[in-house]
Ligand binder design. Sequence first.
Ligand SMILES: NC(=O)c1ccc[n+]([C@@H]2O[C@H](COP(=O)([O-])OP(=O)(O)OC[C@H]3O[C@@H](n4cnc5c(N)ncnc54)[C@H](O)[C@@H]3O)[C@@H](O)[C@H]2O)c1
Length: 373
Amino acid sequence: MKIGVPKELKVKEDRVAITPEGVKLLVKKGHTVSIEKNAGLGSGFTDEEYKKSGAVICDGAEEIYNNAEIIVKVKEPQPSEYKFLKKNQILFTYLHLAVEKTLTQELLTRKVTSIAYETIQKSDGTLPLLIPMSEVAGKMSVQIAANLLENRNGGAGILLGGIAGVPAGKILIVGAGTVGINAVKIAVGMGADVSIADVNTDKLRTVDNMFGSKVKTYVSNEAVLKKLIKDTDALIGAVLIPGHKAPSIITEEMVKSMKKGSVIVDVSIDQGGIVETIDRITTIDNPSFEKYGVIHYSVANIPGSVARTSTIALTNETIKYLLNIANLGLEDAIKKDSSLARGVNTYRGKLTNIGVAEAQNLEFTELPSLIGF
Ligand SMILES: NC(=O)c1ccc[n+]([C@@H]2O[C@H](COP(=O)([O-])OP(=O)(O)OC[C@H]3O[C@@H](n4cnc5c(N)ncnc54)[C@H](O)[C@@H]3O)[C@@H](O)[C@H]2O)c1
């Protein structure tokens, strides 16, 4: 199959969809990989390394899109790329379509078959292509909060870890999935005063078994959040309802009740976010804004700031799916692997993800009825 890898266009997005090692595996199976010039530089991979692995280097995105049967990316195509998307082309990338109305329409009218990394779901409910980036974003979120708490960044001037004689800063993590647990790891390592809330007590049990008395666990509900948030120095949003828009559980009133110079890092922003006072997605370039004296951070591509780690981690997981699609053809790959089937968001002009259909009030078509399995 012909595989195309364009350079990422999102602001300060330095990840690339595949490493030279990943290219080698595809080329070994007889596939062609075209990659845009300098696409890997932000992740520390040169064109020379890609060439040695068997890739063809192309000058621009248009050439890549024109020739490829599968486009592999990291983030969703940007508006300037929509015109390149072709009928029946396969697009394999993070999409978060529940909150991307224009892109959803583009994919449907252009009859692109899109597979969203974040909705590929194994039968045990885990999200294998979201996990590595959630691990990165979870660990980063606490580093980011710690930075924003510094005076120079508008924060209250609190050191999360505290020191002898000065109590540690208080961090509240909402959501105890992959982002949440990784945030806990760093927060505990820093010596912060850590609380975590989730609606799923099994998730809280896991945290309790891992960290014992170092972390306070709470069942997430309005009353609990209202009480905890008043005293929180750094809040991390780490909620997910797969495929759906995130619930707006941190209300404007709650944010108003927070201390001046406290910080919110809403990692869930890629699915719309959990914080009512966040009305925009920010960029790595200009990541935060202040409202009611609270610093808000709402970057949707946090792993893009540690691109080398993230590109390697992403390829480690995506390559298995990409090899299956390229070796078997999409339809047979889907029939063999139900987790890949759940990743298909649009198929030849039909919307095949129920969460996206519900979020946007659009017609939903069952994928099996389209490809017969
Ligand atoms: N901003 C970024 O750069 C970035 C990077 C990676 C992941 N993410 C996003 O972070 C979010 C979390 O991802 P994840 O991999 O940790 O998901 P996950 O499925 O592992 O965990 C989500 C957790 O949220 C909990 N939850 C659901 N409703 C809740 C509620 N009302 N209150 C409290 N908890 C609730 C679930 O029980 C679950 O434990 C996703 O939206 C993901 O796309 C963003």
